[in-house]
Design a binder for this molecule. Structure first.
Ligand code: GLV
Length: 312
């Protein structure tokens, strides 16, 4: 069978890792690294995170677009994304496990008050906080897909009481689930810690706003590892400042890198990580991309197809 041509546009620091990860599949896939596109009509598949304007429209024979990230909002928002070309999201073990670690870490941190001990050490303050049993801590996960479902199972295994919210009804073992706009308030009212892992779509933009943050119980903590645009920043800062919310751990921001003058940087109740909660590792993801290319060539359906209407 003829080789397929795959154009990859990774983060610049990952270029050599993607090339090395694809090398064992050289019999199936000829790799081109953006911006060395070569003859655009020869490109069969594209693997990228955020397509530059005009790139996708220039690839006249494109058969599928693979996202390097779990979220596909960066690709869906490009006006020249061809209508009839399938879009595939990344489901990568390293990404899922990395996100599980991030969520478990931040939840344990807030659950046991380690964020307070971090501040106390700077102030040389010796003060112990009471310990609450995990079963009495209600953690709510927004988004019960690949990442949210995995994080929920990890937290269940630690004994926490889990609830989950998604736009469409979903069942996850051991998790009390809520769905749709009708289920959101009931869900939020029972979250001591809420974790946002939703896909970004017009329906989920600014889903954490003044009204919904006010539905959280007093003293709740917010963790956002999805997209900055899920949060109304002014509303979150207001809820933290007036003491309604205890703390927030934010990995994603409306503007990235977070501008140096942003109030989040120096806010005593906010912990920042630089969009680093979890990464797709080329070493584990390459095999999955190649397997999907092989499926497509055999005329089989692609795995992990994005529903463009839903936006994930
Ligand atoms: C990262 O933000 C991703 O979508 O994987």
């Amino acid at each position: 069978m003829e080789k397929s041509t795959l154009l990859i546009k990774p983060d610049p620091e990952c270029e050599s890792r993607w090339l090395a990860a694809m090398a064992p599949y050289a019999d199936t896939v000829a790799v081109r690294l953006w911006p060395e596109v070569g003859a655009p009509a020869e490109v069969d598949f594209a693997l990228l995170w955020a397509p530059p304007p005009g790139l996708l429209a220039s690839l006249a024979n494109l058969q599928a677009v693979f996202s390097i990230g779990a979220g596909v909002d960066n690709i869906l928002r490009v006006p020249d994304l061809p209508r009839d070309v399938p879009l595939v999201r990344m489901v990568d073990k390293s990404l899922t496990e990395g996100m599980g670690e991030f969520v478990v870490y931040q939840c344990l941190r807030f659950h046991r008050g380690f964020h307070q001990y971090e501040a106390q050490q700077i102030a040389r303050q010796w003060k112990a906080w009471p310990q609450t049993p995990a079963a009495q801590r209600r953690i709510g996960i927004m988004g019960l897909g690949e990442l949210g479902g995995y994080a929920a199972r990890q937290l269940c295994a630690l004994g926490f009481t889990l609830r989950g919210w998604s736009r469409r009804p979903r069942a996850v073992g051991g998790v009390e689930t809520f769905a749709g706009s009708g289920g959101l308030e009931k869900f939020l009212r029972g979250c001591d810690i809420v974790v946002c892992l939703l896909p970004l779509s017009p329906q989920t933009e600014k889903i954490l706003n003044a009204k919904t943050l006010a539905m959280l119980p007093p003293g709740a903590c917010v963790i956002n590892a999805a997209r900055g645009a899920h949060v109304d920043d002014a509303a979150l800062l207001e809820a933290l400042d007036r003491g309604h919310l205890k703390a927030a751990a934010l990995d994603v921001f409306n503007e990235e890198p977070l501008p140096k003058g942003h109030p989040y940087w120096r806010h005593p109740k906010v912990t920042i990580t630089p969009h680093a909660a979890a990464f797709t590792l080329p070493e584990s993801a390459a095999a999955q991309v190649v397997e999907n290319i092989r499926r497509h060539r055999r005329g089989e359906a692609l795995s992990n197809l994005v529903d463009r209407e839903a936006g994930y």
